[in-house]
Design a protein around this ligand. Structure first.
Ligand SMILES: [Zn+2]
Length: 143
C-alpha cells in the first residue's frame, strides 16, 4: 500500500475537536473533502482514495461524509445537473453558480447576492440559491 502523507496534525485535531475519532480512513477522507475538494461526491472521494484504500466501499464513504456533515464539517447539497449528493466544505451561508458548460460549481459569497422573499407567512430557516449559466471571460470569479 502506498503511503498517504497525513502529516498535518491540524486535520487530526480538527476531527477530534468535532468529536470524530480520527481513524486512518476518516483522515484520508477528511484530507480530500476538507482540503482538496470543495464540492465533493462520495464517488469522487472513492476515486481519489482507491490508491490508498482500494477496498473502501461507497457505503463507508457515505457514512463518513454523513458523520462529517452531522458534526458540522460539511454541508450537503443537491444540484439539478447531477443525481449525486455534494458535500461542501464551505459551511458558511453562500450561493452557488453552476457553469453549464463545464458542470463546475462555484461558490458565490452572499454579499454578492441580492434576493429577498416578500411574504410574511414564511419564516426562513435556510436559503439555497443556485445560479446557472456560463462563465464570462471578465475574470474575478472565485472558485
Ligand atoms: Zn459551496
Amino acid at each position: 500500500m502506498k503511503h498517504l502523507s497525513l502529516k498535518s496534525p491540524s486535520l487530526k485535531e480538527k476531527l477530534l475537536e468535532h468529536s470524530i475519532r480520527p481513524t486512518a480512513q476518516r483522515l484520508a477522507i477528511a484530507d480530500f473533502v476538507l482540503q482538496k475538494g470543495r464540492h465533493s461526491t462520495a464517488e469522487m472521494v472513492q476515486e481519489h482514495l482507491k490508491k490508498f484504500f482500494p477496498h473502501i466501499s461507497l457505503a463507508t464513504i457515505y457514512n463518513t461524509l454523513n458523520l462529517f456533515s452531522k458534526k458540522g464539517l460539511l454541508k450537503e447539497y443537491r444540484f439539478p445537473h447531477s443525481g449525486h449528493v455534494f458535500f461542501d466544505n464551505n459551511t458558511q451561508p453562500h450561493a452557488h453558480f453552476l457553469d453549464e458548460n463545464s458542470q463546475e460549481i462555484y461558490d458565490v459569497p452572499m454579499e454578492k447576492v441580492n434576493i429577498s422573499l416578500k411574504n410574511d407567512s414564511f419564516e426562513i430557516q435556510d436559503v439555497e440559491v443556485l445560479f446557472k449559466g456560463t462563465l464570462t471571460n471578465k475574470g474575478g470569479q472565485s472558485g
